[in-house]
Ligand binder design. Sequence first.
Ligand SMILES: [Zn+2]
Length: 178
Amino acid sequence: MRNRKIIAISTTVIFSLITFTACEAQDKIQLEKIETAEGKKMNTYEIEKSEKEWREQLTPEQYHITRERGTERPFTGKYNDHKDDGVYKCVACGNELFSSETKYNSGSGWPSFWAPASEKKVQEEADNSLMMERTEVMCNRCGAHLGHVFEDGPQPTGLRYCINSAALNFEPEKGKEE
Ligand SMILES: [Zn+2]
């Protein structure tokens, strides 16, 4: 029984590392695409800033994740194992993205939610690079890359929003601050 549990955990960790490696490889490809398409790209977000302004506002890690579609290493993010009540806001613009009420432990190594705070808060886009069918999740107000959504989450939605801690800023529920 114990062995089976260890095998299950090891499999999850290995899968997370594979996903992470693939994500990082993909980042480079997407980055090139963005650079070549520059000038033609349409920005339609409520909050728009130049890359220079984002760089000044965000830490290098936050910038890499949100503006360069980076992926933090699994089990390293500050909100992976975070269980307090409150809201998770976009680190770039403060948009309320996820509630602690939908957060659950997926074992993936990244903060996981089965739903966004509201469908209007996030933008989802097909991401079929590297022979993987994935759906990218972005902040609908500033376009920050947050992570991906998969269809292996718990009920009631069956979805798993796999989000980078570095893209989020947690705000505790009022009256529950430590
Ligand atoms: Zn945002």
